[in-house]
Design a protein around this ligand. Sequence first.
Ligand code: C5P
Length: 292
Amino acid sequence: VLAASALDHFPATPQGWRSFPAPAKLNLFLHVIGRRADGYHLLQSVFQLVDLKDTIELRLRDDDGIEHHNPLPGVNPEDDLTVRAARLLQPFAPITCGVDIRVTKRIPMGGGMGGGSSDAATVLLALNRLWNVNLSRKSLMELGLKLGADVPFFIFGRNAFVEGVGEIMTAYDTPDCWFAVLHPQVHVSTPAIFKDERLTRDTPSIKMRGLNVAATRNDLQPVAVSQQPRIAESLEWLSQFGPARMTGSGSCVFTICASQSEADRVVSLVPEEMTGFVARSLQKHELSEFAD
Ligand code: C5P
């Protein structure tokens, strides 16, 4: 009964497709506090959901096929995180289940806004109900971690203080606000940033209680800036309007605005060679009820 009511918000078209949102995130800060033996880094970060969204369309199949209907040019559909998410969940389905997948991308790729991870999380959450798998949120987050360090956050489904390599989540309520975001039109490779010898890995651990975001930073930013000078130009331009910071491993940078009109004004002034957009904070992922 619960499964049916959650799905009712996402009605199927006559052709059987249901559309689900995959929201982006911004990292309000990102500290690198150590490195594990396997090379993965220990982080502390606040992950903030925002209203920029990809759309994931899913259609149930009678057979056990999992098919991507609009894979990115040059990308093997089997490598796509949405297909990998469906394949990972399929063995847990009680009966033979398959799915057709279509993705509409709006979140910039290689921008540090978690688009690929969010797409994968949305597939896991939606199929958890559509296939009647009904895994717990904790189990779904553990599965998601196999796809990428940012996936558990999107399954958690609310703003969070994130630790470990990205799998330890504490709910963290942030004020409603707007962000002016700049995309410097360069693509950053996350592994290349984490591998860079200039990356500092020894920021002291902080406590969530009494956290002062203004006293934090993004430790990946100096490395990304030195690899991609256009990120520095974007940060410099944006900092006319307030403190500007990079999200994730870049390349997008943002500043927090007090009102929507202030964010609109900043974005309207963005020079032609950069792309800017307004993003609004979200408190919850619309699919957060798809896992208990
Ligand atoms: O997990 P994800 O695919 O997002 O990570 C991409 C790469 O970023 C990893 O292969 C790893 O090199 C690096 N990474 C890391 N520590 C993290 C997350 C990612 O070193 N906590």
